[in-house]
Design a protein around this ligand. Structure first.
Ligand code: GDP
Ligand code: MG
Length: 306
């Protein structure tokens, strides 16, 4: 499946919502772009969770272009898409590989946000490129978490390094990287815990893992991916703040986009979090991941609308 189709599949709940609302907006023949029209359009955009600010800016843009004129749906949609693409502007940001040795990727995020599943998806993607992947099960806080990653590892045919429940996650991460070096693997992905006794505890653990990896390979971890759950909407923004205070994150993955009608949240996140969105998760299977690109994303958001 191509990028656009994957994004379209992932955004179908959001697109459905937009479709119904936007059709309603243009129900009457010869709709005039007056204050009432702009207010209704604002309500529609806000429902996608793009944030009040982005919705207002978009509506202002539409007001400037069309106020006081009778408008066609296609023209308004074109202008909305143009503005949202501008708001989202970022180049595609796939994982960057180290010039030599294994590329070390640390994956962080709150419990249940989709870290382990995202790791499986990234693993599948790298393997398809012919790269060997070693996984580090450094979420030692919950036995089930290690088990879940081990099941993925077996299914995908990737090597996994684990430690006993409750053992030091930094030590598991260290051993995973050592194993990746030893076995000439191109990639080492380290899973981490999302919940500990306290948030402070969690953040300390993450920065310890980060530190340990940096001592092992000068630039490691090369990527620190923060996974956010799209179904929790704009909560992700405050989560991102907390995590970036503890570790230097290099990019976001927005998981579970398919599970929400609030796919517009990407706009709010791009606006308020200073990190690129690298990929989006569009389902529970290993292949349900798509590179994030503003153009195809916005086109997919409004696919079939109108
Ligand atoms: N629909 C959907 N479900 C997802 C996606 N990513 C993860 N999940 C599900 O969300 C739940 C939690 O994911 P998991 O990877 O275990 O989260 P973790 O606790 O952060 O490691 C699991 O049931 C996953 O199957 C996604 O992109 N789409
Ligand atoms: Mg997990």
């Amino acid at each position: 499946m191509g990028l656009f189709d994957k994004l379209k599949q992932g955004l179908r709940k959001t697109t459905q919502l937009l479709n119904t609302d936007i059709r309603d907006l243009f129900k009457s023949e010869g709709r005039m772009a007056d204050a009432a029209f702009l207010e209704e359009l604002f309500e529609t955009l806000v429902k996608t969770d793009m944030g009040v600010e982005a919705a207002q800016e978009t509506v202002d843009q539409i007001g400037e272009a069309f106020r006081g004129r009778v408008v066609e749906m296609a023209d308004v949609l074109e202008e909305i898409k143009k503005y949202l693409k501008k708001l989202l502007a970022q180049p595609p940001e796939p994982i960057r590989f180290a010039s030599a040795g294994p590329t070390v990727i640390m994956v962080a995020g709150v419990n249940g946000c989709g870290k382990t599943t995202t790791i499986a998806k990234l693993t599948g993607m790298f393997q398809a490129e012919g790269k060997k992947v070693v996984l580090g099960a450094a979420d030692t806080f919950r036995a089930a978490a290690v088990e879940q990653l081990a099941i993925w590892a077996e299914r995908l045919g990737a090597e996994i390094v684990t430690g006993p429940s409750g053992s030091d996650p930094a030590s598991v991460a260290h051993r995973a990287v050592a194993r990746a070096i030893e076995s000439n693997a191109e990639v080492c992905i380290v899973d981490t815990a999302g919940r500990l006794q306290t948030q402070r505890n969690l953040m300390q653990q993450l920065s310890k893992i980060h530190r340990v990896l940096g001592k092992q390979i000068a630039d490691a971890p090369h990527e620190v991916i923060l996974v956010l759950d799209a179904t929790t909407g704009q909560n992700g923004i405050s989560q991102a703040r907390h995590f970036t205070e503890a570790v230097r994150c290099t990019g976001l993955v927005l998981a579970k986009l398919d599970g929400t009608a609030k796919g517009g949240v990407v706009v709010a996140i791009r606006k308020r979090v200073g990190l690129p969105v690298k990929y989006v998760g569009v389902g529970e299977k290993a292949e349900d991941i798509a590179l994030f690109e503003p153009g195809p994303f916005v086109d997919a958001l409004f696919a079939d609308v109108g």
